[in-house]
Ligand binder design. Structure first.
Ligand SMILES: Nc1nc2c(ncn2[C@@H]2O[C@H](COP(=O)(O)OP(=O)(O)OP(=O)(O)O)[C@@H](O)[C@H]2O)c(=O)[nH]1
Ligand SMILES: [Mg+2]
Length: 309
C-alpha cells in the first residue's frame, strides 16, 4: 500500500525546504521515483506539481536550463551508459576514462549526462552516462525527454544492471528507451560483478535473451578490458593505420565499414582524396604484403595503408 497522497505531499514539501538548484532537482527526482505510478487522481496531480517544480527550479537557477543537457560529440563514436540509479554507471565511466566524477551509494548522484573520453585500441571513443531514466521518462517524467534526446544521438547503448538486482529494474529503463523509439545496438553490463551471487548473470541472460551480458567490476581490470572490447565491437568501426616512407603510424584511423582506400585518403585530407593515385596495402584485405590497389579497394580491420600520391 502506498502512503496516503496527503502524507506524501507533506513529506515532499518537507524534503524540499531550503533546497535550491541541483540539490532541489535531485530531491524532486528522488520523490518522483518514489511516487506511485497512477495515471489519474491525486498522485497524478502531485506528479505534475513535482515536474513543474523541476522546470521552475531549472529556470530559477539558470544553470540547468535545457541547453546545458546537450553533450558535444567527440571521438570516433558515442556510447551511452544507461541504467537504473545507483548501479555503478559513474564508477564504470570513471574506471574506463581519466575523469573524476561524483559517485555515491545513493540514487541520482548524477543529474546530467556526463561525457568522458576513453581510448580503445588507440581510438578515442566518447562514453556518456545518462542518469535518472525512470518509469515515465518517455512522457518526460523526471525530465526524461531531454535525457532521451541525448541518448538518441548515441551510436550504441551499454545498459547497466547491478549484479544481483531484480532484472525488472533494468526492464523499466529499457521500456522507456523503446517507448522513445530508440533502437540502437546494445549490450548489458552486469555491474558490481564482484558482489554477484551465484546465478546473477544467468538471471539477466534469461530476462534479456536478445542482449549479450558482460560482467563488469571496477575492482577487476580484466573485466574492464572485456567491456572495452565489447564497446569497440558495438561501435561497428574498423581501424586502419597509415604508412608513409616505410613508417607506420601508431594512432589508427577509425572508419565505418565498408570503407574504401578513397575514404581512408579522405579522412586524412579532402585534397588528398581528390589527387591520390592509389595505395599499397598490408593486412587482411591484401593478397600479399604491400599489394598495389586502386581507390575503390575495400579495406579491413587492422589494415596498414600507404597512400600513393
Ligand atoms: N563493489 C562494487 N561497488 C561498486 C562498483 N561500481 C560501483 N560501486 C558502488 O556503487 C555505488 C553507486 O555507484 P555510482 O557509480 O555512483 O552509480 P551510478 O549508477 O552512477 O548512480 P547514479 O548516478 O546515482 O544513478 C557506489 O557506492 C560505488 O562505490 C563495483 O564494481 N563494485
Ligand atoms: Mg552516476
Amino acid at each position: 500500500m502506498p502512503m496516503p497522497h496527503r502524507t506524501f505531499a507533506a513529506l515532499a514539501k518537507r524534503r524540499l525546504v531550503g533546497k535550491e538548484g541541483r540539490e532541489r532537482i535531485r530531491e524532486v527526482q528522488a520523490l518522483l521515483a518514489e511516487l506511485p505510478d497512477y495515471k489519474n487522481g491525486p498522485y497524478a496531480d502531485l506528479r505534475k506539481t513535482l515536474l513543474a517544480e523541476v522546470e521552475d527550479t531549472r529556470v530559477r537557477s539558470g544553470a540547468l536550463h535545457r541547453d546545458s543537457i546537450a553533450v558535444r560529440r567527440e571521438g570516433a563514436a558515442q556510447i551511452a551508459l544507461v541504467g537504473p540509479p545507483n548501479v555503478g554507471k559513474s564508477s564504470v565511466l570513471q574506471a574506463l576514462s581519466e575523469i573524476q566524477i561524483k559517485t555515491g551509494d545513493y540514487a541520482f548522484t548524477t543529474l546530467r549526462p556526463i561525457p568522458a573520453l576513453t581510448r580503445i585500441g588507440g581510438v578515442l571513443v566518447q562514453l556518456v552516462e545518462i542518469p535518472g531514466l525512470i518509469a515515465g521518462a518517455a512522457e518526460d517524467r523526471g525530465g526524461g525527454r531531454a535525457l532521451l534526446g541525448v541518448l538518441r544521438s548515441a551510436d550504441a547503448i551499454v545498459f547497466c544492471a547491478r549484479a544481483g538486482a531484480d532484472p525488472a529494474e533494468l526492464a523499466v529503463v529499457r521500456a522507456e528507451v523503446a517507448a522513445a523509439g530508440i533502437d540502437t545496438p546494445a549490450v548489458i553490463a552486469m555491474t558490481r560483478a564482484d558482489e554477484a551471487g551465484p546465478g546473477a548473470r544467468d538471471r539477466l541472460v534469461t530476462a534479456f535473451p536478445d542482449l549479450e551480458v558482460v560482467p563488469v567490476s571496477v575492482l577487476d581490470e580484466a573485466s574492464l578490458e572485456a567491456i572495452r572490447s565489447t564497446i569497440w565491437r558495438l561501435t561497428g568501426l574498423i581501424r586502419v593505420r597509415l604508412r608513409s616512407n616505410g613508417v607506420t603510424e601508431d594512432e589508427p584511423l577509425a572508419l565505418h565499414p565498408p570503407a574504401t582506400v578513397e575514404q581512408v585518403a579522405d579522412s586524412v585530407h579532402h585534397d588528398l582524396a581528390a589527387s591520390f593515385s592509389g595505395a599499397r596495402i598490408w593486412g587482411a584485405s591484401a593478397r600479399f604484403d604491400g599489394q598495389r590497389v586502386g581507390r575503390d579497394h575495400v579495406v579491413e580491420d587492422g589494415d596498414v595503408v600507404e597512400i600513393l600520391r
